[in-house]
Design a protein around this ligand. Structure first.
Ligand code: ZN
Length: 410
């Protein structure tokens, strides 16, 4: 894929002229904007991080005069100050344009009725879903989260055809609808589901119990909000809007771009954002760019599903391993269940990976161990020691389980 060098260099000029936040980053890092002339120069620019954004709380990111700011959003911080993102009227419009485009990729039209269950308020979920749907001309049912009984009543009475939701809330609704035995009164055809990392099992249950087609939507508050990418009807990656954002994939340890098609961390530069433009913003989300055009014919490039966060990554023999990668690999081998864990340890000065996984009743442990080891070698690039066990042999945990244990530095 050709890189949009001119547009990126224009971004550098623009943030250097308008954004006190980037003026300071450039100054602190000895960057002279006029000297940034090539793609190499661009790829050597400093990154920005959520922590940098937090440090300029409340409005240090603002890059336009006060009278041009029409709204702020905030991304929740578990510690310390939140990040505040100012939006201009054009930013709000641009976000709605992207969101409407995302909906049309999901096959939604102005005849649809969308029930919006993500929250409204400081964060970017509900209002983004709403603005995009209104732009498309669909009927919005702006429920916000919770109150499941009322959600289900409105869903029946107003004959909602599209559900906007998190994966966990979609599952909860699906279970409640089936518990009440009212599936035949529900008109849902599609679910547009926030693309945090969630398993195929959960996906399959929502699809089965609600009988809907599911579209993954991705985004983050720092970069408009949800709606910057979505999968098309072929469900082979999420199309992202490269007229609004530039996506790089970097190795989170070396911070260098990875070859096209390889997994790494998504880094985003905004082409048009006015209120708070971002240059090389580290998302810490792990994915990859899918090379080539999508068979659907769309001109927009694709990234893969989000495999997890950089914090979950381990590096073994110079290869980055993400839990999501192991899940993807195991799910394609028939007879292997979804439970697994990996132990990285050091033996006689060498890194060794033990991969424990469970197999379905009746399957041959030995043959599946061979298949898993060979698949691991070909897909991730290193040799492992496979240890197959029967269902139930691995510990279960209510909490989100730690999938990769790294003993090397203990
Ligand atoms: Zn497509």
């Amino acid at each position: 894929m050709e890189k949009p060098v001119k547009e990126l260099l224009d971004c550098v000029k623009r943030v250097n002229a308008c954004s006190p936040f980037y003026q300071k980053i450039f100054k602190d890092n000895g960057v002279v904007a006029e000297d940034v002339k090539t793609m190499d120069d661009f790829e050597n620019l400093p990154f920005s991080e959520k922590d940098d954004l937090r440090k300029v709380y409340p409005l240090g990111l603002q890059a336009v005069p006060e009278e041009e700011v029409v709204r702020i959003h905030s991304s929740s911080g578990t510690t310390g100050d939140p990040v505040i993102i100012p939006y201009t009227a054009q930013d709000v419009t641009d976000w709605a344009i992207m969101f409407a485009r995302a909906y049309s990729y999901a096959g939604m039209t102005n005849k649809d009725r969308i029930q919006i269950t993500p929250g409204y308020g400081l964060w970017t979920a509900g209002i983004g879903f709403q603005a995009g749907a209104e732009r498309l001309g669909a009927m919005v049912i702006p429920m916000g989260p919770g109150n499941t009984a009322k959600q289900i009543k409105m869903m029946q009475d107003l004959k909602s055809t599209v559900l906007a939701s998190t994966s966990s809330y979609a599952l909860l609704l699906a279970e409640e609808i089936n518990r009440q035995g009212i599936r035949d009164k529900i008109c849902l055809k599609k679910g547009i589901i926030g693309s945090e990392r969630w398993g195929d099992k959960m996906r399959a249950r929502i699809v089965k119990e609600l009988g809907i087609e599911i579209y993954d939507i991705y985004g983050l508050t720092e970069v408009y909000g949800p709606g910057i990418s979505i999968d098309c009807h072929l469900h082979c990656g999420l199309h992202y809007w490269n007229d609004y954002i530039y996506m790089e994939i970097i190795d989170p340890q070396t911070l260098k771009p990875v070859p096209e098609g390889e997994y790494g961390e998504i880094v985003i530069t905004t082409f048009r954002k006015e209120g708070a433009p971002l240059l090389r913003y580290r998302t810490h989300d792990i994915s990859r760019i899918i090379p080539g055009r999508c068979p659907c014919g769309s001109p927009y490039p694709r990234h893969d599903r989000i495999l997890g966060r950089t914090d979950d990554m381990v590096k073994v023999k110079a290869v980055n391993i993400y839990p999501g990668q192991i899940e993807e690999l195991l799910k394609d081998i028939s007879g292997v269940s979804s439970e697994y864990n990996a132990l990285v340890t050091n033996k006689d000065g060498k890194d060794v990976v033990y991969l424990r996984f469970e197999v379905e009743p009746g399957a041959s442990l030995e043959s599946l161990e061979k298949q898993v080891a060979s698949r691991f070698k070909s897909m991730i690039g290193i040799s492992i020691i496979p240890q197959a066990g029967h269902i139930g042999s691995l510990p279960r945990s209510e909490k989100k389980s730690v999938r990769i244990v790294d003993e090397r530095y203990e």
